[in-house]
Write a protein that binds this ligand. Structure first.
Ligand code: PHE
Length: 338
C-alpha cells in the first residue's frame, strides 16, 4: 500500500528521476520482484487475494514508468525540433574591434601615403650603429642617456639592443638606396622605464623621412601642418619650439593646440592650451654622410611621433597601460572593421 502511494505520486522532473524509479521498482532486485518472491511464501487463501493486488501493483509501476519515459523522450525530441527550426531568428555574430593604436597608425600612414610617402619597416632588435652611432650619437656622449636602453648584449661598439626609437629605420633605408627618399616608418620601440600611467617600457612611433635636393625647413613645417589638419581637423594650430636631437640640426618639437579645450586651457594641456606631439628637424649632414649620401647635394627633414600620444589626444585616454592590458571593456569601444 505504501508503495502504491509512492508510485501514484511519482512526478519525475528529469530523466534521472525516471531511471531512479526504474532501479527502485523494476529491476531484478527491485521492489516488484521482491514482493513476488514474498508472495510465494504465503498461504493459498492469501494468494487468491494478494495475487490480484500484486498484479495490479506491478501493472501500475510499469505503466508509470512507461508514461514517465515517454514524457521525457517527447520533450527531448521537442528540443531537437526547436534546434532545427529554420524560422527562428539567427544568433548574430559578434565582431571584434581594432586596437586603437592600429586604427591611429593606419590613419597616420594613410595621410602620408597621399603625400607620396611609402611605408618602410626595420627590426626591433638593433645594433649600436643603426640605433645610435650612425645617428650622430658619439660613443661616450651623454646624448645616449636621453633614452634608457634595454641592452641584449653589451660589447664595445657592437652593442645589441632593443631599438629605442624608429630613427634606426631611417639609417637602414638611406644605407640601402639612393635619394630621393620619402618614407613613413611605423613600429614598436623600447625604453627601460618604470611602467606608469604616463610611461611604459614599450610604445609605438611613426618616423618620417624626406631627403632630396633642396628640401628645406619650410617643407617640414608645411608637411606637418597639413598632417595635423587632416588628423585633428581644420583649424588645429601648430607651434614649433627649438629642441635638440643628435641626428637633426636644427631640431624642434611641435605642439598642437589642445584637442580637448581647443587652446582654452584644460587638464590635458595643464592650462597651457598646447600639447607636444612630435620631435623633428633637418637631417644632420653627418647622418647623411654616415649613410653614404652626399650632404652637399642633398638635404632632408625627419620627424618622429609617439602613436600612443597621438591616440590619447584623439580619444582622451589618460592611462598608457590601457593599451597593453587587453581589457575587453576598453577595446570594444573602438570601431570594428571588416
Ligand atoms: N627619435 C626621436 C625620439 O625618439 C624623435 C625624432 C625623430 C626627432 C626624427 C627628430 C627627428 O624622440
Amino acid at each position: 500500500k505504501q508503495y502504491t502511494e509512492e508510485i501514484e505520486q511519482f512526478a519525475p522532473t528529469s530523466i534521472a528521476d525516471v531511471e531512479a524509479f526504474r532501479l527502485k521498482f523494476l529491476v531484478s532486485k527491485g521492489i516488484v520482484k521482491s514482493l513476488f518472491e514474498e508472495f510465494k511464501t504465503v498461504s493459498s487463501e492469501e494468494k487468491r487475494v494478494l495475487g490480484k493486488v500484486l498484479n495490479e501493483f506491478k501493472q501500475l509501476a510499469e505503466d508509470k514508468f512507461q508514461e514517465a519515459q515517454a514524457e521525457f523522450q517527447q520533450s527531448t525530441s521537442a528540443l531537437e525540433r526547436k534546434e532545427s527550426d529554420l524560422t527562428l531568428p539567427g544568433e548574430g555574430m559578434e565582431l571584434g574591434s581594432r586596437h586603437p593604436l592600429s586604427l591611429v597608425r593606419k590613419e597616420i600612414v594613410e595621410i602620408f601615403k597621399k603625400l607620396g610617402f611609402v611605408v618602410s619597416e626595420g627590426p626591433e632588435i638593433e645594433d649600436d650603429w643603426h640605433n645610435f652611432s650612425a645617428l650622430n650619437f658619439p660613443p661616450e656622449h651623454p646624448a645616449r642617456d636621453m633614452q634608457d636602453t634595454f641592452f641584449i648584449k653589451k660589447q664595445d661598439g657592437n652593442d645589441i639592443a632593443l631599438r629605442t626609437h624608429t630613427s634606426s629605420v631611417q639609417v637602414r633605408m638611406m644605407e640601402m638606396g639612393k635619394p630621393p627618399f620619402r618614407a613613413i616608418m611605423p613600429g614598436r620601440v623600447y625604453r627601460n622605464e618604470a611602467i606608469s600611467a604616463r610611461a611604459h617600457c614599450f610604445f609605438h612611433q611613426v618616423e618620417g623621412l624626406y631627403v632630396d635636393e633642396n628640401v628645406s625647413f619650410a617643407d617640414l613645417k608645411q608637411t606637418l601642418f597639413h598632417f595635423v589638419q587632416e588628423l585633428y581637423g581644420e583649424g588645429t594650430k601648430v607651434r614649433f619650439r627649438p629642441s635638440y636631437f643628435p641626428f637633426t640640426e636644427p631640431s624642434a618639437e611641435m605642439d598642437i593646440s589642445c584637442t580637448i579645450c581647443k587652446g582654452a586651457g584644460c587638464n590635458l594641456c595643464k592650462g597651457s592650451g598646447w600639447v607636444e606631439i612630435l620631435g623633428c628637424g633637418m637631417v644632420d649632414p653627418n647622418v647623411l654622410e654616415n649613410c653614404g649620401i652626399d650632404s652637399k647635394k642633398y638635404s632632408g627633414f625627419a620627424f618622429g611621433m609617439g602613436i600612443e600620444r597621438v591616440t590619447n589626444l584623439k580619444y582622451e585616454i589618460k592611462d598608457l597601460r590601457l593599451f597593453s592590458e587587453n581589457d575587453a571593456r576598453f577595446l570594444s569601444q573602438f570601431e570594428t572593421e571588416i
